[in-house]
Write a protein that binds this ligand. Sequence first.
Ligand SMILES: Cc1ncc(C[n+]2csc(CCOP(=O)(O)OP(=O)(O)O)c2C)c(N)n1
Length: 290
Amino acid sequence: MQIEFDDLVFENKPREPKEFAEIALKIRTDIIKSLFLAKSGHSGGPLGITDVMTVLYFGGFMRYNPKEPNWKGRDRFVLSAGHLCPVLYSVLARAGYFPVEELKTLRKYGSRLQGHPGIDMNLPGLEASTGSLGQGISIAVGMALSDKYLDKNDRKVFTLTGDGEIQEGSVWEAAMSAGNFKLDNLCVIVDNNDCQIDGRVHEVMSVYPIDKKFEAFNFEVINIDGHNYTEIVEALNKFNQNFQNNIGKPTAIIAKTFMGKGVSFMEDKYEWHGIPPNEEQAIKALQELV
Ligand SMILES: Cc1ncc(C[n+]2csc(CCOP(=O)(O)OP(=O)(O)O)c2C)c(N)n1
């Protein structure tokens, strides 16, 4: 199958749910195409968190400038669940950080789009190397600490972690310090698909109740349907308010999602955690994503 990418880029501005749905469709299509070409990688998680990532990057919630990736005033995003990078790469390309065509190089030798994000690849828009689970949230906490107390600026930090990832003890050390240091400039998003590499999260090692745990660490917690654009928008608005009002607490958004969302044969199946579609599956997926 011949794979082509168009070069559409999207602005970062407030939008109606219908527009988010159109962009999310494009992102999911990118994910399928790039993973098919890569012949390895993670399909389920990226498809599941696409709606949240679409609103975050294209709904006017983060300040960034693709023409000046290192602009001092930008907000930052750390993909703690680094294996979800196919969605981040697509979002960054569609925001205009680098040519969409480059998505063809996912996981190829020498590519800037490695299977787990590395800042040594100098990919514009990428803020941290991640992939070793449990680390990215600590990096985000460090950024938020320095923004709030050293630079005393008005930047925000977002980080995305998986529900399997939060089995890592280091996540809770980071959460403890975020709460202790009242990091109201930090927003932790949990991709709660109840799937991990080899089973359902509640069966492998239950992390529930996730909301009560973050509350215990002094977080303001918002539970949402991670596929409902209105709820995603409201949650990010609430975080903005928390930040503006200096509430003295970090915010956690627990997004209930379905792994593989948008592709019928992948939906809610943990078996799709770490495999790419083959040609037949990619054709079927792309037919569904129209
Ligand atoms: C420290 C560490 N241990 C193990 C892995 C391998 N690994 C990658 S993703 C994953 C499961 C993560 O589950 P979750 O966060 O729920 O992601 P999802 O399955 O929803 O994509 C594991 C065990 C890793 N990347 N880092």
